[in-house]
Design a protein around this ligand. Structure first.
Ligand SMILES: Nc1ncnc2c1ncn2[C@@H]1O[C@H](COP(=O)(O)OP(=O)(O)OP(=O)(O)O)[C@@H](O)[C@H]1O
Ligand SMILES: [Mg+2]
Length: 253
């Protein structure tokens, strides 16, 4: 049974249809990839899952029950955590402070349980296979990939069943993207459902179980891994013949 099921979702901004006829099934222990070019509607879809926007029409089911989120709190309560590209990581704070930001462990008199938070933070990062030698360093010193990973580890630790990631590798080089993709695979192997939004078919195919490509708000492809190859995914993302046409046009002699 899917944790989240979207059926025939439409989202209009005024007279503009950002999404039309979109279906999505999000399952425990699977990575559902949402691909598409700029303006395809990926972030709009994420905002519906995160409780920031409500669909114009269509149904959202959570654990097979009809659901309507009226705020991000509702989505969090359903176990859906969203990590946006603009990460909620504070550069000036240490890694462990960031990890517990807004959800600090306190003793009876409201004192911070500092040692315990440091221990848990280090333990969680280690368990998920990330090497950050010292959780006391300022988050500003981390690489882009490590920052992504801290934000994801935090969501996992605080009980996310569904992890929604908006372009987590977009600003990263090959090596750092690898760190994030390995981490996504580790979350999946723990039984978490991951929704991975990306432009990059190669990144999607390394970890994905199901692929949806949006084009101008419409689903252009909706297929499980067994029915699509990396080549097909790459071609579809390149707009079918569009890249061939471009290559012809740009031909140099
Ligand atoms: N609040 C809004 N009001 C009006 N139009 C919007 C709004 N938000 C998004 N749009 C439009 O909806 C379309 C889809 O936008 P969206 O941000 O979902 O695309 P995206 O696939 O995330 O693109 P990108 O890859 O560039 O992040 C775009 O044409 C965008 O201009
Ligand atoms: Mg976007």
């Amino acid at each position: 049974m899917p944790i989240i099921e979207l059926r025939d979702i439409t989202k209009s901004y005024g007279s503009f249809d950002a999404l039309r006829g979109v279906n999505l099934s999000v399952r425990s222990g699977e990575v559902t990839c949402v691909l598409g070019d700029n303006g395809a509607g990926k972030s709009t879809l994420i905002k519906i899952l995160a409780g920031l926007h409500t669909q114009t029409s269509g149904d959202m089911l959570i654990d097979a029950q009809p659901a309507a989120f009226s705020s991000p709190r509702d989505a969090l309560d359903a176990g859906i955590a969203t990590v946006y590209q603009t990460l909620a990581i504070v550069d000036e704070l240490s890694v462990w402070r960031n990890f517990f930001l807004g959800q600090e462990l306190t003793g009876t008199l409201g004192t911070l349980k500092e040692a315990e938070m440091k221990r848990i933070c280090a333990e969680q990062l280690r368990e998920m296979g990330i090497e950050i030698p010292d959780v006391n360093v300022e988050a500003g010193n981390l690489s882009g990939g490590q920052r992504q990973v801290v934000a994801i580890a935090r969501a996992v630790y605080f009980g996310a069943r569904v992890l929604v990631l908006d372009e987590p590798t977009a600003a990263l080089g090959v090596k750092q993207s690898g760190v994030v993709l390995k981490f996504i695979a580790a979350a999946r192997d723990r039984g978490i459902a991951v929704v991975l939004v990306t432009h990059n078919p190669h990144h999607a195919y390394l970890v994905g179980d199901h692929f949806t490509i949006l084009k101008l708000g419409r689903p252009e492809l909706d297929a499980p891994r067994s029915e699509v190859t990396l080549d097909e995914l790459t071609r579809q993302m390149a707009g079918g013949g569009e890249l061939d046409a471009l290559s012809h046009e740009l031909q140099r002699d």
